[in-house]
Design a protein around this ligand. Sequence first.
Ligand code: GLP
Length: 241
Amino acid sequence: MKIYKTKNYEEMSRKAAHIISAQVTLKPDSVLGLATGSTPIGTYENLVKWYEDGDLDFSGITTVNLDEYKGLPRDNDQSYYYFMHHHLFDHVNIPDGRTHLPDGTKEDSDQECRQYEELIQSLGGVDLQLLGLGHNGHIGFNEPDDIFPDDTHCVNLQERTIEANKRFFASADEVPRQAYTMGIGTIMRAKKILIVVSGADKADTVKEAFFGPITPKVPASILQLHPDVTLVADEAALSKI
Ligand code: GLP
């Protein structure tokens, strides 16, 4: 695992955006795996700026997102569909129809998850997967568990995740209880992985996930087994190392 320690969130965001922009430039038809959450917002801001400055071209890019809440309409401002359009897709030139997320409005979980997994395979897999890190070590919405789930599947969100995400909703009651997420296998099949982490409140999780035993109780710990992972984290997130 390559680790870049940055001074703060802004530097973390620039570094991560540089890694993504190198991927886009070197392989203009890349499949990018994208993530939501507050951590990658600064990364997307840099990519949008560099696109607007004429330094980046996304016209050959295809994207697949990690996850989506089940049951939220796409125009709900807390859906990940909305988030991705707001922070990235509406501002860069990824062609229409080439940005993909699991469809949280589909009731039939098995069918939606199977189709999403097949879509990723039909695209030839993910070239670079961007990840954030949940406080309980989750990646995508793969919560601590007794096993590492392989393919895209439907999860019941844990109390801690609902608590962490309620800041974006009017109340905890409005946070959906289920989500569709790429599995750990889906994530591990990406050719490269880039994980961004910021803040002292993630320092214990960073230590457990990347310097502790590999266990499904800390889903991100499996990344230690991936051959091409880059962790970009600020000093605060790395303060327990
Ligand atoms: C959500 C997302 C994850 C994300 C996590 C951390 O649960 N499903 O993909 O990594 O939140 O979010 P944040 O970056 O806001 O701490």
